[in-house]
Design a protein around this ligand. Sequence first.
Ligand SMILES: Nc1ncnc2c1ncn2[C@@H]1O[C@H](COP(=O)(O)OP(=O)(O)OP(=O)(O)O)[C@@H](O)[C@H]1O
Ligand SMILES: [Mg+2]
Length: 304
Amino acid sequence: MEEQREQPQGTKNDAQHGGRREREAGAPEPGRPDGNGNGKGNGNGHGHRQAMGPESVIVCRGVKKAFSGHKVLDGVDCEIPRGEITVIMGPSGTGKSVLLRHFVGLLMPDAGQVEVEGQSVPELNEEQLLALRRNMGMLFQDGALFSSMSLFDNVAFPLRQHTKKSEKEVREVVMERLKEVGLAGAEKKMPSELSGGMKKRAGFARALVLEPRILLFDEPDSGLDPVRTALLCELIKEIQRKYESTAVVISHDTKAVFEVADHVVLLHQGKVVDQGPKDRIKDSDKEFTQQFIKGAVKGPLAMD
Ligand SMILES: Nc1ncnc2c1ncn2[C@@H]1O[C@H](COP(=O)(O)OP(=O)(O)OP(=O)(O)O)[C@@H](O)[C@H]1O
Ligand SMILES: [Mg+2]
């Protein structure tokens, strides 16, 4: 099935692993950082450097994940600053999507910490996870539309599912979102009638419909031509600024996404090899960083 449910299968099983993970010594109790003004209440004596931005919405420390003995994440340390666009880059198969799924609790770490807005994700129960995900809009790699529903119903789905809005209110919100993503007038179309770019934008409208504080985009550029990619990136930036949300964009296309990035995390072989504000990353003296952002063919990064 190409359809992606709101909570993809595996959620429950994955969540059950949460109990296995033990809180690391000295780690803070889960709590909401809202209002503490610095988001740095996570200092845990692990020698981790201070948050790079004024406030980190997502913090990962030493995150490890293996599937049947195949190590994918091998101690990921990263921070996602509030109110900015962070781009996570890295070669194909390096664990970007796996990392993103940890942010929404669709996967749980074997070791390490994943905190979102001060809450330790692996320690949340099912109900708390649902509440967390309500504030996180996720655009899956293929748009993940329900193929049996019209565009309108696809975008309306989260509203009908999670709010008590009347159909009239639902209609207002849906039409507004479709307009924002340039799909006004296409609401009666079925997903099969949409182009790849339209599907992405439709998925985007659906991810936005609950006005989430955190937006997660898994390869919004894959399968799109450069012009459409650039347009979609512009749209991401426009919406992120408009709603003052925190956005995480995963990509291995460095050109278009680099344009929209405020902050960059570079992942390779299960580890973060470089991260920081875009301007610093641009000037990074690390060879693999330069190779990756310039898309050079030769260098220390093997495109495995
Ligand atoms: N649920 C799973 N079960 C087993 N292996 C998995 C699972 N999810 C991911 N993997 C493996 O983890 C590795 C990293 O996958 P991931 O999808 O995170 O890569 P990626 O960096 O997002 O790549 P791409 O840029 O191609 O999307 C791959 O080897 C993949 O086969
Ligand atoms: Mg991926």
